[in-house]
Design a protein around this ligand. Structure first.
Ligand SMILES: [Zn+2]
Length: 221
């Protein structure tokens, strides 16, 4: 096949997960880049825009929730697969700006099928024309600076650089700040990470055997 395959960006703080996925996907002749958190993912996207972004949701630094909200707003044409071990099922968890969801540690063949379908559809103009989301960027509160002021890191949706923003009073609703690199106005909303991350209770039927705990009860042995 002479067509170059799709460009993928894999974002995960676990080095083994990055290595495993990128090794397998390169076998399928995709062009694969990796990043270890949202900040380095944005730096990678600045360098080259991927066709498909595969991102873990729970990472230190900039989480996947925040990364995906920036990507959906700034690069609506990038197709996004969120992955996590915290949600069961194959639907996109509520509040996650993604096109598909992969539950970690389930069969990776599912993930590869989604990547294949996305990389084949990526040249469809309908996706290219998807309107940019006007949703604000979500920012989890992440602590206090050395002077004791509470601050967040805001990702600029124009230049993709990040800058610290001291939080004032009145954090409800949509806030606005100007990027310190390019002066673009950036709208953001402060969220509590636990409001976004509410994994369903571990589903185990009373009295069910270990196969139910492993999620294999539907395999009809
Ligand atoms: Zn900027």
């Amino acid at each position: 096949m002479s067509n170059p395959k799709a460009k993928l960006l894999i974002v995960d703080d676990e080095a083994l997960m990055r290595l495993t996925l990128s090794t397998i996907l390169k076998e399928f002749e995709y062009s694969v880049q990796t990043a270890e958190d949202g900040f380095s993912a944005l730096a990678e996207i600045r360098r080259e825009i991927p066709d498909v972004l595969i991102s873990d949701l729970h990472m230190p630094g900039m989480s996947g929730f925040e990364l995906l909200s920036v990507v959906r707003r700034r690069f609506p044409a990038i197709q996004v697969i969120a992955m996590s071990g915290a949600y069961t099922g194959d639907g996109v968890p509520p509040g996650v700006a993604a096109d598909a969801y992969y539950q970690k540690a389930t069969h990776p063949g599912l993930l590869f099928r989604v990547v294949k379908a996305m990389s084949q559809s990526e040249r469809l103009s309908s996706l290219r024309d998807r309107p940019a989301s006007m949703a604000p960027v979500w920012i989890p509160r992440n602590g206090h600076d050395p002077a004791g002021e509470e601050y967040v890191m805001v990702a600029c949706t124009e230049c993709l650089r990040t800058f610290p923003q001291i939080l004032g009073k009145g954090l409800d609703g949509i806030q606005q700040a100007n990027c310190i690199s390019c002066s673009s106005p950036v709208q953001y909303a402060i969220v509590q990470p636990m409001h976004l991350v509410s994994p369903p209770a571990f589903r185990r039927k009373p009295g069910a055997g270990p196969s139910a705990a492993l999620g294999t009860s539907d395999l009809n042995f």
